[in-house]
Ligand binder design. Structure first.
Ligand SMILES: [Zn+2]
Length: 253
């Protein structure tokens, strides 16, 4: 454990290392207040756990591999992030390797390693990651974010195939362009009525899989057409990169 946990930065430095604009930081502060307002009344009744807003970046990783991730925790007004006992922090089994504070006093960014996550985490596009920890006075805090946790071995796509058979141009175009997340999805969306092309499976890169089938607001996505872009365009909500400057900063200390 390094002594990074006690490191203070200026606001300017913080924004630079985390690649945030002042506006987004202000937004996360006010969002935190909004989200916490309701829960606060609950916590004051029970007096046990302080609800915090947590944000995990990147918000997608491959299971079974080590990925560094940053967990940003925003405390409600009236609490000091400097009071966090960094050694007590756990995110689904992963400890914090180090951290840095935002000068607003209510925000701490912790560095974790996905290799330390508990073994029985499910895979999926929206896996809840809960962060817990203690303050120096013994009070506890808790917050959650969702992360896409992908098993590369299960990045299987389905598409029709026209190999070694006579087929119409509609079927050929369909076969090379349209990929599906399940055999059933491929079966119900054929090039034309009566198409009996074979359905085959293929493994693709887990990042391409994520981009192609990332759930949008209208629900699960089962089809991606390569004519929409290949590799698939990255959805705005998908954040695959660790904030590089933050990693450097944390290592340097
Ligand atoms: Zn066909």
């Amino acid at each position: 454990m390094s002594d990074l946990s006690s490191k203070k930065t200026t606001k300017r430095e913080f924004l630079k290392i985390f690649g945030l604009s002042s506006a987004s930081l202000l937004a996360s502060g006010s969002l935190a207040d909004e989200l916490l307002a309701e829960e606060r009344s609950v916590s004051s009744i029970f007096g046990v756990t302080i609800p915090v807003v947590s944000m995990i970046r990147p918000n997608a990783f491959r299971s079974g591999r080590n990925h560094r991730f940053a967990c940003t925790i925003v405390f409600p007004r009236g609490f000091e992030a400097a009071e966090v006992d960094v050694s007590s922090v756990r995110c689904e089994g992963a400890r914090a390797l180090g951290g840095t504070f935002h000068p607003n006093g209510r925000t701490i960014v912790l560095l974790c390693d996905s290799g330390d996550l508990r073994d029985d985490l499910p895979c999926g596009f929206s896996v809840p990651f809960t962060v817990t920890g203690q303050l120096s006075d013994g009070s506890t805090f808790r917050g959650s974010d969702t992360v896409a946790f992908i098993n590369a071995d299960q990045s299987i796509i389905y598409h029709t195939s026209t190999r070694r058979r006579k087929s119409c141009s509609a079927c050929r175009g369909h076969a090379v362009n349209r990929i599906y997340s399940s055999r059933q999805a491929a079966d119900v969306d054929r090039a034309h009525l009566g198409c009996n092309c074979r359905i085959v499976e293929e493994k693709i890169g887990w990042q391409d899989y994520l981009k192609a089938f990332w759930p949008r607001s209208r629900g699960d996505i089962v089809v991606h057409d390569r004519r929409w872009g290949w590799p698939p365009p990255s959805p705005v909500e998908l954040n695959l990169e660790f904030p590089a400057t933050l990693g450097e900063y944390l290592r340097r200390g």
